[in-house]
Design a protein around this ligand. Structure first.
Ligand code: TRP
Length: 363
């Protein structure tokens, strides 16, 4: 079987370090590994509209930002197909058939939907489109016959729901769809990087993000303001590393080589953690170290972004070409789906002949 990747982002803002650590970095590694025959990266604007119906200008603006961020991280349009969800009407059609295979109570139990409804205070008035977006996401994944979906941890319930839909579809209509697998990044910390305030997740509305396009000064000032151990008042005090955002980020980004480059007195992260726990290692020092690491990681991304920003016409051209290519793939799946659901009436000569025979017998 062909190995196919589909993954992507909602265009509701620029991508931040959480997106990068949890998804985009891995996405580019997969692309460059050459292990997959096809790679599709969706800019999920239709999904973004499910809770931004009156904010369509924001969504419209951020399609470009998300495209730039992906390209800046090393996504190569020659190797990966970057496309815009709304430009593939087949996805909407596919979701419509899947809706018959999912119950309201199953959607209500989807943990990601549950959490997002709470986050948005939607309890009393959930837009139907938002409520059903896991079904639309199943269409995104299956339309491209994806076998693997690299995602952050919060997306696991979506993949599970997709797999259920695939099994149900295939059971009713015959083997038609590929069942995808989820793939998390190996480093667990990376798949759920907290915001700089130590809150669960980076989120634009919480104003706790480090964006990929942030300037070196912005990155530094955000790192220096990071949440650490509130009881670690004096340098000599013993400090806590659990729930200490700086150490969480170090778990995500620090490699041994960083010590020889920026902090020679330790040979690895474990040694540094021990010192912090014992007391005698100050927050300013650990923050400066993290800043060096993040600057090193983000500088090439920012540089590449600046290059791409010089020709915005070319970016829209990449998206247009990608969408044309993606549509061909989705249309092929839709042909198969229509045949399986037996709604391809006009191509179904067997049906027409039998219907004719029925009436011939009557006369
Ligand atoms: N739900 C994803 C997010 O919020 C975006 C997305 C839409 C997606 N369709 C997808 C991710 C298909 C993976 C596969 O970031």
């Amino acid at each position: 079987m062909e190995k196919v990747i589909l993954t992507g982002d909602r265009p509701t803002g620029r991508l931040h370090v959480g997106h990068y650590a949890g998804a985009v970095k891995r996405r580019v590694e997969i692309q460059d590994s050459g292990e997959y025959q096809k790679i599709f990266i969706i800019i999920a604007d239709a999904q973004a509209l499910t809770d931004n119906a009156d904010n369509h200008e924001k969504v419209r603006q951020n399609i470009l930002e998300v495209a730039l961020d992906n390209l800046a991280c090393g996504l190569d349009p020659m190797k990966s197909t970057l496309f815009v969800q709304t430009q593939i009407p087949e996805l909407t059609e596919l979701a419509f058939y899947y809706m018959n295979l999912v119950t309201v109570s199953r959607l209500q139990r989807n943990p990601t939907v549950k959490a997002e409804i709470q986050l948005r205070n939607f309890e009393a008035s959930i837009p139907v489109g938002f409520f059903t977006y896991p079904i639309s996401q199943a269409a995104d994944i299956t339309a491209f016959k994806a076998t693997m979906v690299p995602v952050g941890e919060d997306q696991l319930p979506m993949i599970e729901q997709t797999r259920e839909i695939v099994r149900k579809f295939n059971a009713i209509y015959g083997e038609t769809l590929a069942e995808p697998e989820a793939q998390l990044v190996e480093n667990e910390t990376c798949s759920r990087l907290p915001g700089i305030d130590g809150k669960a997740k980076m989120s634009k509305s919480l104003n706790n993000c480090i964006y990929l396009a942030d300037s070196p000064e912005e990155i530094k000032s955000k790192v220096m303001s990071m949440y650490t151990d509130p009881d670690h008042l004096k340098v000599s005090d013993p400090g806590n590393i659990e729930g200490n955002t700086v150490f969480t980020y170090l778990d995500a980004f620090c490699k041994e080589e960083h010590f020889s480059r920026y902090l020679k007195e330790y040979s690895n992260l474990q040694e540094m953690k021990e010192h912090y726990k014992r007391g005698g290692l100050g927050d300013v020092k650990i923050k400066k170290f993290l800043n060096e690491i993040l600057q090193e990681e983000l500088e090439p991304i920012r540089r590449k972004r600046k290059e791409y920003e010089k020709d915005i016409f070319a970016i829209y051209e990449i998206l247009k070409e990608g969408s044309i290519k993606a549509r061909e793939e989705a249309a092929d799946t839709l042909d198969k789906v229509r045949a399986a659901v037996k709604i391809n009436y006009f191509d179904d000569l067997d049906l027409i002949i039998k219907q004719q025979a029925k009436y011939r017998n009557l006369s």
